[in-house]
Ligand binder design. Sequence first.
Ligand code: ASP
Length: 311
Amino acid sequence: MSHAFPHRHLLGIEGLSSHDIRFLLDEAEQWIAFNRGVRKQDHRLDGLTQINAFFENSTRTLFSFEIAGKRLGAQVANFHAATSSVKKGESLIDTALTLNAMRPDVLVIRHEANGAAADVATVMECPVINAGDGRGEHPTQALLDALTIRRRKGRVEGLKVAICGDIRHSRVAGSNMRSLPALGAEVRVVGPEALLPASLPEHIRAFTDLDEGIAGVDVVMMLRIQRERMDAALSEGLGDYHGRYGLTRARLALAAPDAIVMHPGPMNRGVEIDSNVADDPERSTIREQVELGVAVRMACLDVLTRNRRGG
Ligand code: ASP
């Protein structure tokens, strides 16, 4: 375990100190310029095996981890749950033991069950990175979000951030509600009562009115409705969601004049966000989030495998 980052796995933001979070963000900075170059091949993970085990769909995260590993020189193998023995009823832990027997040097896992990455980490001999566990956490998303804010605004500390939409079912919200306050931001959540968590940390205020919730904020983070994690009645009962919670240009005018708009993707245009907001390069950071995601994941893969590499 590297002294600078005293954790074997990255299972969530929970358990990380603000120093740990800043350390990973600082490590990620070096990869941004590297990734903008023409030749993007580093060799620090040469000969190491990275398994990406994705039990849930992913576009950005899986691809981003694959590119990140390859740019560092790792042999990257993607384990597709849809075509594996998981479909035949093999338990998650049995699958993990099987993967472990193949001697990976790092495992990246996404799974629909809360706590899946932590469970798997108990039997793996290599570092485990949580790429999203149910409604739990998505730590690399929160890190890339923090890095995006830090680069656009020059700091995170003292900023007002409104996380808007389906907070209750969102692991992105779960991780950001931990990382952003740890970095000194004032976080508030905004959404319909039914999509707000039953309880919130004391320092996070909840709003059910979007106009009120985003008034004067520096960062508006929009989230998708996680229909796959809610029952049909709740999903159907959301009514005119765009009318009440969709981010339009007129609504964005209520935030600070230089407020940025974030979205982890996938976005539903015309539902939680309008195209003229999402595609505004002055205000929207959506593409930058994807770009910085690769740098953040390179930093996490590098830092967590340092011990195995004797570094
Ligand atoms: N891509 C993010 C996640 O995996 C957000 C989302 O799916 O809405 O949690």
